[in-house]
Ligand binder design. Structure first.
Ligand code: PRT
Ligand code: ZN
Length: 283
């Protein structure tokens, strides 16, 4: 039986549990002890701090885990990155007080940089051929320059709001992260087969996220134009309606293109467009 490690609480917990729930996997009796048996899949769920997940998976305490790629890179654990999961997106960036005249990375030479990610920062500085003082601090990195502890920081940025609130300016984007499914590199055959099943479910869910299912009525003379506008997974489905001269057209479109497509379809003579949510795309 697979054992999956997920963050016990924090930013990745909700979406990790949500993704598993969409895959038909839930924690038995909503229990939040360290380990709980899953329903809907032969799996145990282990709740850990995100910092501990790469090591737990590398050591085989858990077989697989959901964690930010930033933690995987920082901990330097030898685990397999199975798939990216499309949430928890952020970047690790260098930021300096906005009053500072920063032109390029050479400004960092000899400076004190506060961070909770000394390994990733150390690699970046080495690649740039720069020497600087890395000050490892556990939390509230963004206040370090204001209290005189550092000249710059290297921290997680998502919207950038926290930097602005603290009078900081993002000057180098170093590492791009999102949540990923990671796995122990030495899983036996049985666990690999279970992992394949899980990957299949997750792929179906991720493929459907951000997609909409469209149903519409199309007069015969508009069918060609509508099909042209809607390249579906293979091509759109076209079915004759009971009323002669009319067709029903079904297609899957990315949410980002939805309103553009609807406008073009209406202009092409399409009527009665239904927009439905898609739960899964099984290939
Ligand atoms: O207790 P535990 O150790 O498990 O959790 P944690 O406190 O270490 O981590 P947590 O829950 O804060 O974040 C878990 C993971 O979420 C991180 O390792 C990243 O992979 C991912 N992630 C995505 C983020 C953010 N976005 C993010 N914005 N982690 C932290 N932040 C912080 C950021 O440091 C900043 O201070 O949120 C603040 C707001 O960011 P802005 O730029 O949107 O203002
Ligand atoms: Zn953490």
């Amino acid at each position: 039986m697979l054992k999956i490690a997920i963050q016990s609480k924090g930013r990745l917990n909700d979406e990790s549990m949500g993704l598993l729930a969409d895959a038909g996997i839930s924690a038995a009796s909503g229990s939040r002890s360290l380990v709980s048996r899953a329903k809907g899949f032969p799996m145990e769920i282990l709740y850990l701090r995100d910092d501990d997940i790469p090591a737990a998976v590398a050591m085989g305490v858990a077989d697989i885990g959901i964690v930010g790629l930033n933690e995987v890179a920082e901990k330097g654990m030898d685990v397999a990155e199975v798939m990216r999961l499309g949430f928890g997106a952020c970047r690790l960036s260098i930021a300096v007080p906005k009053s500072v005249g920063y032109d390029d990375a050479s400004w960092l030479r000899g400076k004190r940089i506060a961070t909770s990610y000394p390994v990733i920062l150390g690699k970046y500085l080495a690649e740039q051929g720069l020497e600087a003082e890395i000050h490892e601090i556990a939390g509230s990195v963004e206040i370090a320059p204001a209290v005189g502890m550092a000249d710059a920081i290297f921290d997680i940025v998502s919207s950038g709001g926290t930097l602005i609130q603290n009078g900081l300016r993002e000057v180098e984007q170093v590492f791009f992260s999102e949540a990923a499914l990671i796995a122990n590199k030495e899983l036996g055959e049985e666990k690999l087969a279970e992992l394949d099943k899980l990957i299949f479910r997750l792929r179906s869910i991720l493929a459907s996220r951000g997609m909409k299912y469209l149903l519409m009525n199309v007069p015969e003379h508009s069918v060609e134009a509508a099909v042209e506008l809607l390249p579906g997974m293979k091509s759109p489905t076209v079915l004759p309606l009971a009323e002669s001269g009319w067709y029903s057209l079904h297609a899957v479109v990315p949410e980002s293109e939805l309103w553009d497509k609807i406008e073009c379809l209406k202009a092409a003579g399409v009527e009665d467009i239904l927009v439905l949510n898609l739960e899964n795309i099984i290939k």
